[in-house]
Design a protein around this ligand. Structure first.
Ligand SMILES: [Mg+2]
Length: 202
């Protein structure tokens, strides 16, 4: 029975409901596929699962997915995973919203993967450009990144399946301190973490 002293509808409950709907929508966007939609790190993904799902390409985020944006940490096993996936015939593309173009280019050269920077995710233009370059359909390309509001939303907008990884530790911006946990999954405490030894010279 409704309590007449309490409003039937409140703004916080509405916002909570919206966040829940958004979360379930974007996080389970790849539920039709046989690979997980959330992982701690890239190297936890079994390449065979992508093969079985007839995936031929991977669009990667750079910052806090492969390397922390302050260049302190690298995702454990990520480089070896990329090399292995390339050997098995997967195509790669990096879409980065990073503001330091020289750094994005250096990582693109280091990993030998083409990049679009700034990619202005979640807008679909760069995703479409990457799909065109790989000559693959959206359902054949998985987007892997740490942020729901850029990587996962962008993937959904173009019809690609997506996998969200935990965000590598990095200095948090003001908005990440306030809303970070809504859009990113913190890297688990005590989980293996590698120091990055590839630094970009200006
Ligand atoms: Mg990122």
């Amino acid at each position: 029975m409704l309590n007449p002293t309490k409003p039937f509808f409140s703004i916080p409950s509405f916002l909570r409901a919206l966040i829940q709907i958004g979360k379930s929508f974007f996080v389970t966007s790849s539920s039709a596929f046989t690979f997980p939609c959330q992982l701690n790190r890239l190297a936890d993904l079994e390449i065979d699962l992508l093969k079985n799902a007839e995936i031929g390409g991977v669009i990667l985020d750079l910052d806090n997915t492969i390397v922390s944006e302050d260049d302190r940490y690298i995702s454990p096993g990520a480089e070896a995973w990329i090399k292995q996936a390339k050997l098995q015939g997967f195509q790669f593309f990096i879409l980065s919203n990073g503001k330091r173009e020289y750094r994005a280019k250096a990582w693109s050269n280091h990993l030998d993967i083409p990049i679009i920077n700034p990619a202005r995710k979640p807008f679909p233009f760069a995703f479409r450009q990457a799909l065109k370059s790989m000559q693959l359909q959206p359902k054949q390309v998985v987007v892997i990144g740490d942020s729901r509001h850029t990587d996962i939303l962008g993937a959904w907008l173009v019809g690609c399946p997506s996998i969200q990884v935990a965000t590598l530790p990095h200095p948090f911006r003001w908005w990440e301190k306030l809303f970070g946990k809504r859009v990113q999954t913190p890297y688990p405490c005590g989980h293996e973490l590698w120091d990055n030894d590839f630094f970009c010279e200006v």
